[in-house]
Write a protein of this length. Structure first.
Length: 375
């Protein structure tokens, strides 16, 4: 069933993962990173819109968008489009996979059946730890809150606090009062796990881009692919939560700085990330990273706090380039998708939570009965 890896007699271990991968985020990426670590070659099956709608409710992104996003995750070797919702031994054998890997959260069909019961019974299933603090359900919930009056307080707090001497110096990523949603904090180890840890080589052309990269999506992906094609080493500067809130307003960003860092680092086109990059691209920044070209997409360039052009310096040096990725997706458009179909997504979230709670309670009862038998 397996191929040799070319190093002695050791067989290449092929790992299978599958899922919806809707609104691909760092939690998905972390699960795939852990799965790849259990073998040599990672095959990822992605379900169709029809299958997801049947078992969970409508996806936020269409299947073509989801296929593209999963292909761009740095640990993925192969994507299988239209993978079956219930994982079978036939599927594993078809793609020469030794085992199936999934997170330790509960996944069930519309009928309440464990989607991995077949491979579990066959002993070809392994679990990895789910990334706490993020899920597609959680992100959809954050966007649904954007339409509620009480959620607007983050924006007002910013306006009230911006005059204070410490307000702009505060890195809100630690508590994220501007989103009011997430307090996710990664460890240095997690960042190292996501990072390539490679420096540019002598003679590499270094490209720099910067932005919010909130709710990392196909628009970001297509732009970063174009930017990477402009050189050999792509550095992405990520703005802090207060800066993003200043130029985007409302309750943006949806994801805090630390979440955005991991989402961008998981992209195979990205070489390095500057955490909390300044909004203005300065001479000092360009000199420090030896930047050859600064790129920006087709989205409007908001002025700096003093109304100056944040790209004035790279333009002066003749190192600024506008790129057209051909993709018009924005974070705002994703939010609008959610808001337009609000009732559907609220029903989806409620249905999923109710089903998983029932499954967990049944599992707990079974565990209790087993313990009583032992005693």
């Amino acid at each position: 069933m397996n191929m040799t890896s070319g190093s002695g007699d050791r067989r290449e271990i092929r790992v299978w993962c599958d899922g919806c991968y809707d609104m691909v985020h760092f939690g998905h990426a972390n699960s795939l990173r852990q799965a790849k670590a259990l073998g040599d070659y990672l095959v990822v099956g992605v379900h169709t819109d029809k299958e997801i709608t049947k078992h969970k409710g409508p996806p936020v992104f269409c299947e073509e968008e989801r296929y593209k996003m999963v292909r761009a995750i740095k640990w993925v070797d192969e994507v299988v489009e239209g993978a079956p919702y219930v994982t079978t031994l036939e599927t594993l054998d078809k793609y020469n996979c030794d085992l199936c890997v999934h997170g330790d959260d509960i996944t069930m069909t519309a009928d309440g059946v464990d989607t991995y019961h077949i491979v579990k019974k066959a002993g070809r299933y392994k679990e990895v730890q789910r990334t706490a603090g993020v899920s597609t359900t959680d992100l959809v919930g954050r966007m649904l809150l954007l339409t509620r009056q009480h959620f607007q307080q983050g924006s007002r707090e910013y306006e009230v606090g911006r005059e204070g001497p410490s307000s702009m110096g505060l890195d809100a990523s630690a508590r994220s009062p501007y989103t009011g949603c997430s307090q996710f904090l990664p460890t240095s180890q997690k960042i190292i796990q996501f990072s390539d840890g490679k420096s540019p080589r002598e003679g590499d052309k270094i490209v720099y881009v910067s932005g919010a990269y909130d709710l990392f999506h196909v628009g970001h992906l297509d732009f970063l692919e174009k930017a990477r094609a402009e050189g050999d080493f792509l550095i992405v500067g990520l703005h802090t939560d207060p800066i993003v809130n200043r130029y985007k307003g409302s309750n943006y960003p949806i994801m805090n700085l630390h979440e955005r860092v991991l989402s961008v680092l998981a992209c195979k086109y990205v070489s390095e990330v500057v955490i909390g990059a300044p909004y203005r691209v300065t001479k000092e920044l360009m000199d420090h990273f030896k930047v050859d070209v600064v790129c920006h997409g087709q989205t409007p360039i908001m002025p700096d706090i003093d109304l100056s052009d944040p790209f004035e310096e790279p333009k002066r040096q003749g190192k600024f380039k506008l790129l057209n990725s051909g993709n018009t997706m924005t974070t705002e458009k994703i939010v609008q998708r959610i808001i337009q179909h609000r009732l559907e997504f609220e029903a989806r979230n409620h249905k999923k939570e109710k089903k998983e709670l029932a499954a967990f309670e049944a599992f707990s009862r079974a565990q209790g009965e087993n313990n009583n038998c032992v005693n």
